[in-house]
Design a protein around this ligand. Structure first.
Ligand code: 5GP
Length: 219
């Protein structure tokens, strides 16, 4: 049995990563890693489902004990991936998904070079701002902080294997599904010549999207 692949999905808050994952996982088996965080729960968030909400002290103890596969500080809070569950699931052949920000993704890249890194972006700056404001769960200062953070994250887009533009949700989910399927075949060494051609095409498409995204958000 081949090991499950480790998929990393990053993208600014408001990029719609969570929605893509929610849709994708309706039809595809996937283990979602539940992160630890020191931020306060938003209304409707459930401890153990959306995050394990823990104190700074607990978080720092876990880091010291080597229990975090990766972690990062984001907007004044710690976020991190518990190592044990990820290793247990990939060993069982299950694909594991991490929804994490860019610093954490770079740490995963360094410690697990075989991980597949995928970056999700909204179609424009205007849409990003609109999505962040519409959520209505954060005050203006937090929204502005998250916008600034979004631009910092987009600066790292070249370090990702694939890019998905989340404009029409259905298309974004289909693109993501294709990335996972081909990456899985590549990891198990079973790529057909057609899939090899598809992989090359997907990489070319992502390279073109990176250039477009940098123009839209960073110039
Ligand atoms: P939010 O506060 O909006 O839930 O998450 C803020 C950011 O932290 C998002 O970009 C999310 O992907 C990221 N994040 C969530 N869990 C983790 C984690 O375990 N590690 C890292 N590095 N980032 C995480």
């Amino acid at each position: 049995m081949s090991k499950g692949i480790l998929l990393v999905l990053s993208g600014p808050s408001g990029s719609g990563k969570g929605t893509i994952l929610g849709e994708y996982s309706k039809d595809h088996p996937l283990y979602f890693s539940v992160s630890n965080t020191t931020r306060a729960p938003r209304p409707g968030e459930i401890d153990g489902v959306h995050y394990h909400f823990i104190s700074r002290e607990e978080f720092e103890n876990k880091i010291a004990a080597g229990g975090m596969l990766e972690y990062a500080q984001y907007c004044d809070n710690y976020y991190g991936t518990p190592r044990d569950k990820v290793e247990e699931q990939t060993a069982k052949g299950v694909n594991v998904m991490l929804d994490i920000e860019t610093q954490g993704a770079m740490n995963v890249r360094a410690s697990c070079p075989e991980a597949v890194l995928c970056f999700v972006v909204p179609p424009s700056m205007e849409v990003l701002r609109h999505r962040l404001t519409r959520r209505g769960t954060e005050d203006e200062e937090t929204v502005n902080k998250r916008l600034a953070q979004a631009l910092n994250e987009i600066r790292l887009i070249d370090r990702y294997d694939f890019v998905v533009i989340n404009d029409a949700l259905e298309d974004a989910v289909a693109d993501f599904a294709e990335i996972v399927a081909i990456s899985q075949a590549a990891a198990s060494g079973t790529l057909s010549p057609e899939q090899q051609a598809q992989l090359t095409q997907m990489k070319e498409k992502s390279a073109a999207l990176k250039a477009t995204v940098k123009k839209e958000f960073l110039l």
